[in-house]
Design a protein around this ligand. Sequence first.
Ligand SMILES: O=C(O)CCC(=O)C(=O)O
Length: 276
Amino acid sequence: MSHDATLPLTDADVARYQEDGAICIRQAFARDWIERLGAAIDADMKTPGPMVRINTPAGKPGLFFVDFQLWQRHDACRDFAFTSPAADIAARLMGSHEVVYYHDHLLVKEPDTEERTPWHHDQPYYPIDGQQIVSLWLPLDAVSRDVCVEYVRGSHRWGRWFAPKFFRQGGVDLQVQDARFEAVPDIDAERGKHTFLAWDMEPGDVIAFHALTLHGAPGNRSSSRRRRAWATRWCGEDARYATRVGQISPPLEGHGLEPGDKLACDLFPRVRPIAP
Ligand SMILES: O=C(O)CCC(=O)C(=O)O
């Protein structure tokens, strides 16, 4: 496949993504994207979508706000999916000619938010089989390493699938059953066994990570800095719709896909190659 010289990615970055399962790409998105997306996120928080979740218990400080599918309600997010460099970055990292926009996930931790994002990886939440699934975790605010999501280096290559959990303090198991799933190990208790990846980030930087890379995030203990992050999920040509017994997340339905189908449809639009 041809390589776009204007992309902020080298062959070494692609190799590191494949090896580590997470990379930080510096200044992948121009200021205009960050400003437009930041405004869309603030608008979404005022008028959220139907899948909004507040993960901070009443009476606790801060706010851990989660929402989905901003691309369906906000022009800036839709434009990002179709016309920003994101789809080309995803294509190159996955090694896929085709790219489908699967969904997006807003995760805001306002100052003084205590709630962690528990250790998990994403693919068991999805009714999707295949290797080519990448997320772009895009912060709209400067993020220091101690607030950034942390990734367990190389965990996407362990060949293990961990049972999904809700993003609540302590984590509550979702009712997804699959013979492949095992309990997430207590990563904090075995930190000495792993190498962790996290970065100090400026607006415009983005983390790309594989859907089987284990990750978790601290709360936002800053008393003044917001941590607005918008994660977009992208699939390549090997991704196939799969059945799961139980609750998937996000619960995106009405697409009419059958097990084994390629994903592209109105709900999961194909964004590359661009139709002539
Ligand atoms: O932003 C966070 O706290 C966690 C992000 C995450 O889990 C994801 O993008 O899959």
